[in-house]
Ligand binder design. Structure first.
Ligand SMILES: Cc1cc2nc3c(=O)[nH]c(=O)nc-3n(C[C@H](O)[C@H](O)[C@H](O)COP(=O)(O)O)c2cc1C
Length: 348
């Protein structure tokens, strides 16, 4: 039977050639003005050459103060478009799609004299307390997501992902332990979900109807007064109504440390629960590194796309190895690469 990992997948008007997606990974290697450099270009180009179906960018800050580090990429001004366009052009040459992960670090920004978040509650002892966002800050933030989306379209991205997990700004609004606001953005689950939903609506309104929108959702916080799975499912239903196509599921990280169980594919069950409850497509994440696990997750319908992080960091050419192990004849951007996928033979 043919490998499902190497089968195409369509979301709205975008067809990805296989299910292997590079999960967003911050390289801390961009320029201090938020632009790319040759390291960043080569990093993404290598994974496009390696045969991944889609590449997620690392966090791309929608505001300068929303960076995790001074070396994050940004789309808060027009001059940042050109470099990202070089990357998407090359990915397209290789037959890969790319999504831009639009993000704001919130209280996890290491630029702590400018950090803002839902409430003035520090993430840990090393990062200072952020300033609580005012109503004006929130209105400006939504506008900045809108502008960053327009810039991402100009940069040639095929899809957008809203990052609302891993303890960053939107996660801080969702979690009671980080959000003690008394206005329309705090308190009830409905209020805590308001900002992510407003941002999704603003971003979706800028996007062509045939372009997919991905959302990195937090399914559950462990050992903290954070998001519950029921809340995540309620949020996911609302996201679907607002035009989100795929949820890319994460867990934990609203507080330092990770208290959930970790094993190959460890975040997939949460995503599968949300997929089953909502009908949204799902990306699987968490230590997916073998073709056997990848095949099982896709063929059993638990996930539609495999959001692979460290496996692709270790080996940009993981898809070539996986094709060999799966016994699949797959075409690669440099056709000669296919000669590395066949059975044992003389390598002349
Ligand atoms: C070096 C590194 C940087 C990361 N940066 C991001 C990021 O920018 N945005 C994000 O949503 N997740 C980020 N993550 C999380 C990954 O996308 C992924 O969900 C996580 O590593 C689990 O997948 P894996 O076990 O396949 O690596 C990062 C992970 C690593 C290892």
């Amino acid at each position: 039977m043919a490998s499902q990992v190497f089968s195409p997948f369509t979301l709205r008007g975008m067809t990805v050639k296989n299910r292997i997606v590079m999960s967003p990974m911050l390289m801390y290697r961009g320029q201090e003005d938020g632009r790319i450099n040759e390291y960043i270009y080569a990093h993404y180009a290598a994974r496009a050459l390696g045969g991944a179906g889609m590449l997620g960018t690392e966090v791309i800050a929608v505001e300068a103060r929303g960076r995790i580090s001074p070396n994050d990429l940004g789309l808060w001004e027009d001059g940042q478009i050109e470099g990202l366009k070089r990357i998407t052009d090359f990915a397209h040459l290789c037959g890969a799609k790319m999504f831009a992960q639009l993000a704001h670090a919130g209280r996890k920004s290491h630029l702590s004299d400018t950090a803002v978040a839902a409430s003035a509650i520090a993430y840990d002892d090393t990062l200072g307390a952020p300033a609580e966002m005012t109503a004006e800050d929130i209105a400006a933030l939504i506008d900045n997501y809108r502008r960053a989306t327009r810039r991402a379209l100009a940069a040639g991205f095929d899809a957008i992902e809203i990052h609302a997990a891993n303890g960053y700004l939107l996660h801080s609004f969702l979690a009671p332990c980080a959000n003690t606001r008394t206005d329309a953005y705090g308190g009830s689950p409905e209020n805590r979900m308001r900002l992510p939903l407003e941002i999704v609506a603003a971003v979706r309104a800028e996007m062509p109807a045939d372009m997919p929108l991905l959302y990195r959702i937090v399914a559950q916080d462990f050992g903290a007064d954070g998001v519950t799975l029921d809340e995540a499912i309620t949020l996911a239903r609302a996201l679907k109504e607002q035009g989100v196509d795929l949820i890319d599921t994460q867990t934990g990280n609203i507080l330092p440390g990770y208290e959930g169980p970790v094993y190959p594919g460890y975040q997939t069950p949460y995503g599968t629960r949300i997929k089953e409850a909502t009908g949204l497509a799902a990306g699987a994440t968490g230590s997916i590194a073998s073709i056997d696990l990848a095949e099982y997750l896709v063929a059993s319908g638990q996930a539609d796309l495999l959001m692979m992080g460290r496996a692709l960091l270790r080996d940009p050419f993981w898809p070539i190895r996986a094709a060999r192990e799966a016994g699949e004849e797959v075409s690669f951007p440099i056709p000669t690469y296919a000669r590395a996928t066949g059975p044992f033979a003389r390598g002349f």
